[in-house]
Design a protein around this ligand. Structure first.
Ligand SMILES: Nc1ncnc2c1ncn2[C@@H]1O[C@H](COP(=O)(O)OP(=O)(O)OP(=O)(O)O)[C@@H](O)[C@H]1O
Ligand SMILES: [Mg+2]
Length: 331
């Protein structure tokens, strides 16, 4: 898998969203009042879109696979992806449908309430997948499990199975838990997922378990090769057949947590490509996430792989249980 002379090629399949963010916002102005704020940004986001931008920044060759509308929001989203080096030729433009978009007023604490238009992501379907292009990839990342009504279940299984049969490494992430039968739609897919990376709320809600370790165990029992549960400021929990481990988060002051999970996945994918062991991959994911936390929007902070690895080596970790945790760092 590790070919140092080559860049990894990754298909990011799933949710593509245009985010409009402003900060700091702690209340809605009344009537026609205008309130001055520090910053407004527009970014390419979504569980596939955010990860695609982060991966491109980290040096991967990325193709976007998903759906956008034929509106100006879609034009803008495509332009932003292109500007970041993501290939957009396989994104389907859906006629007469709005592009999925979110407005995020970011609170001074970093909290991020949101208004969302579901749009084209809700009609992304199996017929939109460019199979020959997928076959040329080293990784397939499925971003948006449970938030893709026409792609969850059988179509997701088809793409994951297609990838695994070709020796492609597969990763998957959720976008909230939008349906009660998420465990059922995941069940057939998990044997074809190499690294499953839900966040803690998603893992517990999907499995109905009370503890992260039990949720991770259930995903492993259902066939996932490795599970990494993202736990916000508490870091992440890794479980595979040989080990279970908690990796702490970096000690950073959050500006905006939008896209942390997407950045985490990008770091894990890049680390896997580099042939690092899974805990180092998670450290790279945590470093990418911590960099993203320092600015507004899901694309904030990450510049390139060298800077991210540098941050990973030098960053201070949160202390948990009063113990200092020393990261192993890259091999
Ligand atoms: N407050 C924080 N301080 C330090 N690191 C953080 C913080 N919040 C998130 N992270 C880092 O980001 C990673 C992923 O974040 P999180 O667990 O929130 O994922 P997520 O819920 O999938 O994110 P998203 O909201 O982007 O979907 C964490 O494992 C951690 O490394
Ligand atoms: Mg997430």
């Amino acid at each position: 898998m590790n070919a140092e002379s080559r860049t990894p090629k990754v298909a990011c399949v799933g949710s593509y969203i245009l985010d409009v963010l402003g900060r700091p916002i702690d209340a809605l102005p009344h009537g026609q009042t205008t309130v001055m704020i520090d910053e407004i940004r527009i970014t390419a986001a979504g569980t596939a879109g955010g990860t695609s931008v982060d991966l491109a920044r980290l040096g991967a060759d990325v193709i976007a696979i998903g759906a956008v509308g034929d509106d100006e929001v879609g034009d803008f989203l495509v332009a932003l992806l292109e500007r970041n080096g993501v290939a957009t030729g396989y994104l389907r433009r859906k006629e007469g449908v709005p592009t999925s978009a979110t407005i995020l007023p970011i609170h001074p604490s970093g909290d991020r309430p949101a208004w969302h238009v579901r749009g084209a992501n809700s009609i992304f379907e199996q017929a939109d997948v460019p199979w020959e292009a997928v076959a040329t990839c080293d990784f397939v990342h499925l971003g948006g499990v449970s938030a893709l009504p026409r792609f969850d279940g059988q179509p997701s299984l088809e793409v994951l199975r297609y990838a695994k049969r070709r020796g492609i490494t597969t990763t998957a992430d959720c976008l909230g838990v939008k349906r009660d039968d998420t465990l059922e739609i995941l069940r057939p897919c998990l044997p074809y997922v190499d690294i499953f990376m839900p966040n803690m709320n998603e893992a517990l809600r999907i499995t109905g378990r009370a503890a992260v370790a039990d949720a991770a165990r259930m995903f492993l029992d259902l066939g996932a090769r490795c599970v990494i549960v993202k736990m916000g400021a508490d870091g992440c929990f890794i479980a595979d057949e040989s080990e279970r481990e908690r990796i702490p988060a970096f000690d950073v002051t959050p500006v905006d947590s939008t896209g942390c999970g997407d950045a985490f996945c990008a770091g894990v994918i890049l680390g896997t490509w580099l042939g690092w062991d899974i805990s180092r991959c998670a450290e790279l994911g945590s470093a990418a996430a911590a960099l993203t936390l320092g600015g507004l929007g899901s694309d904030a902070g990450i510049r390139n792989l060298a800077d991210t690895v540098e941050f990973m080596k030098k960053g201070r970790c949160r202390r948990t249980d009063g113990q200092e945790i020393v990261l192993k760092g890259p091999a």
